[in-house]
Design a protein around this ligand. Structure first.
Ligand code: PHE
Length: 452
């Protein structure tokens, strides 16, 4: 029965296919759009340092916990918790994940839509000739304030995501990631080298890599932790869902390690492109907010012979990276309605996609198109509530669930299948039971300092 069910749900073709798909979920706008934005708004290098610590000490722990729950139960987040601890309130983890997934998908798709817009802009020559920060600033402001454009691009992104998800997991996800993710990685390294060799790059490097500890605050830590969860796709059951497709012979520990490592590397490299360029070419400041990446990347392309081609390549690959993430966001609610409610994939994907689109409209209109939404920063709040707080809270519940309800012993039993030695065992146990939950609880207290 078990085996039959597994094959019906689909399995990853191989371990490497899983790592690529999970990395496909993890790597996306979170690394290239959100990470530099957060660094710029939160004091530079000190944020980077806290972020790296958060990934190593907490992110990895939660990643391994989610994958373990997923593979053990072979289910979506709600069904997974139900199978491990039937009829318990812990199912909240799953429901919260479904809600969070749809809400993140809504504004994330807006930014993915901007990426599509920028791909078209680059291809049609908007960034030719001498560029300054003032000019790219104006181009972005005009673009993001155009209501019809942003909504049409949003619709395209959600439409494509819905289509891929409705066709099922294997054909949908695996195919995209195998070639394109490594390509994105190579292109980013190339661009990083170019940015580092711009005259005047030093100031940017020192902003990015030389910590100024006077800038350390509760807010910085809260955002760094939130960013770690966001970037690694943790805290809402994505990795439970993806883990449910991993085979029993795979090593969960090294898979989790690879995903954390590659995701962090790409985010760090994105910063190496953004900050040197930003400081080398006048007109922009680090705290530009959501437009930062869209204002800075065209400046790098302008400094490379054949820059238009690189620009097209970059925005295309970023778009693919974004879509491998949007499909993982939509997969969580869809897996729930298919597994638990008996809906067809097409119906589940269609309805959830529609919901995300409707929720995405006010976010799309909050970057200049509608005054009121812009003033209250609708998409900023969506991102703060769902992209930071809700993920952190979800991650806390997952640690408590694995540490105390399911129990580390049973979790370790699952991890041992595919990894009999599990050398990190004592560290993981300490982190999942004490370090991570306590750190998250303390950090969540800083919410008050931000709401002010
Ligand atoms: N990790 C993705 C990114 O960095 C976003 C994401 C968050 C995807 C949460 C799934 C779940 O772009």
């Amino acid at each position: 029965m078990e085996a039959k069910q597994v094959t019906e749900r689909g399995n990853w073709g191989s371990k490497i296919a899983f790592i690529l798909a999970a990395a496909g979920s993890a790597v996306g706008l979170g690394n290239i759009w959100r990470f530099p934005m957060a660094v710029g708004q939160n004091g530079g290098a000190v944020f980077v340092l806290v972020y790296i610590l958060a990934v190593m000490l907490i992110g990895f722990t939660v990643m391994l916990s989610e994958l373990t729950i997923g593979r053990h139960s072979q289910k979506n987040p709600v069904g997974a918790i139900e199978r491990i601890k039937p009829r318990s309130p812990w199912k909240l983890i799953g429901y919260l994940g479904i809600l969070t997934g749809i809400c993140i998908l809504s504004y994330y798709s807006v930014v993915a839509g901007w990426t599509l817009g920028y791909l078209i802009k680059t291809a049609t020559g908007s960034f030719k000739g001498q560029l300054s920060g003032h000019l790219t600033d104006k181009i972005f402001t005009d673009f993001s304030a155009n209501p019809w454009l942003v909504i049409i691009f949003l619709l395209i992104i959600i439409g494509v995501t819905t289509y891929i998800i409705s066709r099922g997991v294997k054909s949908g996800i695996e195919r995209w990631t195998k070639i394109l993710m490594p390509m994105l990685f190579i292109l980013i390294i190339f661009l990083a080298v170019r940015a580092l060799t711009l005259p005047g790059a030093e100031k940017g490097i020192s902003f990015y890599l030389k910590p100024d500890f006077s800038k350390l605050s509760g807010k910085v830590i809260l955002f760094a932790l939130g960013q770690a969860f966001f970037s690694l796709s943790l805290g809402m059951g994505t990795m439970i869902t993806y883990g449910s497709y991993i085979s029993k012979s795979d090593n969960l520990v090294s898979s989790a390690g690879w995903v954390c490592f590659s995701d962090t590397l790409i985010a760090l490299l994105a910063g190496i492109i953004i900050f040197p360029t930003l400081f080398a070419i006048p007109g922009l400041t680090p705290a530009e907010g959501p437009g930062l990446v869209f204002k800075v990347f065209p400046l790098v392309f302008a400094k490379i012979p054949g820059g238009t081609i690189f620009g097209i390549l970059f925005f295309s690959l970023l778009l693919v990276a974004a879509i491998t993430s949007t499909i993982s966001l939509l997969e969580v609610p869809v897996a729930y309605f298919v597994d638990e409610r008996g809906w067809s994939r097409t119906k589940a994907a269609g309805l959830m996609g529609l919901l995300a689109f409707l929720l995405g409209v006010p976010s799309a209109l909050s970057s200049g198109a509608v005054k009121f939404l812009t003033k209250i920063d609708f998409s900023g709040w969506m991102d703060f509530i769902f992209g930071n707080i809700s993920l952190a809270f979800g991650a806390l519940l997952i640690c408590l669930f694995v540490g105390y309800i399911w129990g580390v012993k049973r979790a370790i039993g699952e991890i041992s299948s595919g990894n009999t030695r599990f050398k990190l065992r004592p560290l993981w146990v300490f982190s999942v039971k004490f370090l991570s939950p306590i750190a998250i609880i303390i950090i969540l207290f800083f919410i008050r300092t931000i709401a002010k």
